[in-house]
Design a protein around this ligand. Sequence first.
Ligand SMILES: Cc1ncc(COP(=O)(O)OP(=O)(O)O)c(N)n1
Ligand SMILES: Cc1ncsc1CCOP(=O)(O)O
Length: 614
Amino acid sequence: MSFGFSSYILSEPLLRTDLSRWMKLDGWIKTGLLIRFRVESENPIHSQNYNFMAYDAQFLSTSLSFHSLYKSVPQGFRQSKGLILLLVNSRINRNKHTGIFMEMQGNGSPTTSNQSTINIPHVLTVAGSDSGAGAGIQADLKACAARGVYCSTVITAVTAQNTAGVQGVNVVPEDFVAEQMKSVLSDMHVDVVKTGMLPSIGIVKILHQHLREYPVRALVVDPVMVSTSGDVLAGPSVLAGFREELLPMANIITPNLKEASALLDGVKIKTVSDMRSAAKLLHDKGARNVLVKGGDLPDSLDAVDIFFDGEHLYELRSSRIKTRNTHGTGCTLASCIAAELAKGASMLEAVKVAKCFVETALDYSKEIFIGNGPQGPFDHLMKLKSNAHNSGRQVRFNPSDLFLYAVTDSGMNRRWGHSISDAVKAAVQGGATIVQLREKDIETRDFVEAAKSCLQICRAHGVPLLINDRIDVALACDADGVHIGQSDMPAHTARALLGPEKIIGVSCKTPEQAEQAWIAGADYIGCGGVYPTNTKANNLTVGLDGLKTVCLASKLPVVAIGGIKVSNARPVMEIGVPNLKGVAVVSAIFDSECVLTETRKLHAVLTEATAAVK
Ligand SMILES: Cc1ncc(COP(=O)(O)OP(=O)(O)O)c(N)n1
Ligand SMILES: Cc1ncsc1CCOP(=O)(O)O
């Protein structure tokens, strides 16, 4: 889908404009029109995706006026800056859309071009560099990348820093900070500016001037003064700069308890009730929204933050993650708020998403160990563990793992009174070389839990664990990969979501499907049913010949599936095509009281058959 965004001034003449003046409808656009309408105000809280309208073909064949759309926008916003996105369905293919790029000309009439452009949400961070990359500019870049937002940088200071603390600070000369700011702001469309370490009053003033010259939608101020290791990063003169120059411009300020206290002339903040008062006092000093972070609050089981928007006080609680890896949480939270605002979220939404993101990343990163000091960094992109060489899973897919592929079935496990993890354990002990959780009637939460415990079992045996169909579950439990069918998520999308390291298997019954799976980046294909099966309803049987045809055409290793058991596995292995690497079975091992014994028996047959073929 391609589409175009453009800013323009919302005005009645524009909205009255006949659509056919904007774009060439050319006969082929007949099935409908979707209009997504975004109203923006200086205060992002009032910005919202205002309307999503669908018009059908009759409208388009005559003239379409936007009068009704205009009427539905509240009076106060009719002169606001707006964005419009047009999605026009193709008559030929309902799923295909085209976009129109529009801009207002001086005379008030919009022009269009066929060129599709997408405005990328953009945060500029003005902060210090952390050589250990846990906090500062580096954390901001990672947080924005994780939230899908572009991030440009103005570096105010270079710190020599690691997990033990700050060893040195080199402040960037003020005129060079100004030069960086000008370079970015004069060239790029920045939605939101986020500030971190501002080491001198001069830099605060430079920022202030540039924001007046190049206004942005929102300013997020993280008033960094003392690092988490206790090192001072901004002196008392900067404090005055924060109070006088930045607070009145800030759409949100995110102090921790120490910073809130410093901004309020040393007032004591020791309880949630003190935090509430501090939030109100900081609001009185000019910040439009205040988030007082209670991470350092003594004796609290939860992480409690107080958010005040000038009207309502919100107590935002999340679970306190016990971890050494908290370096950079403040920078990350503020950047994540900035990123969400840049995407168009309201302030409260942005704060909630940011808190949730930090909590999830901290939880994910509990076991990572980088540096030897007391406070380590965490993994914003939540990818490091899956790439770690010591994670227990082999670095890349090994086709010989397909030798005895155990595919679970909840119905069979229920019938025999086996839990998923007990069944998987028995299969792995019996010689299964790869496991797939194929759980069709399980609640997502239970699926994730079961997958996590199966993963421990499989990792302990060096056996990969794949998830059938559910990319989300595979991601949630960091499984080794997925197996998907022809009507599931396309393999190339699964690859984009899972990254290059995960294993992806695709079910294929024809050479064409095998070719497509290879193009899409799959690692192996599952081909069947080789024999008739009761496990999968309405499954076409391709037979040994069909299997051979697909194997010969496939550039990927193949595993055979469907009705395979001890009594008929041998002819499958004997079709004599080198890329047939093994068999995948459900009932042969799981529809039995003793999964371990059945798996052992099948393993022995496969081993014999392979030896005979060689
Ligand atoms: C190894 C292997 N091969 C094929 C399949 C079938 O997958 P799919 O086509 O997605 O059908 P369902 O399993 O979802 O019914 C498989 N699961 N494993
Ligand atoms: C999931 C699947 N896909 C093709 S056949 C099949 C079922 C295999 O089960 P069984 O090994 O019990 O025949």
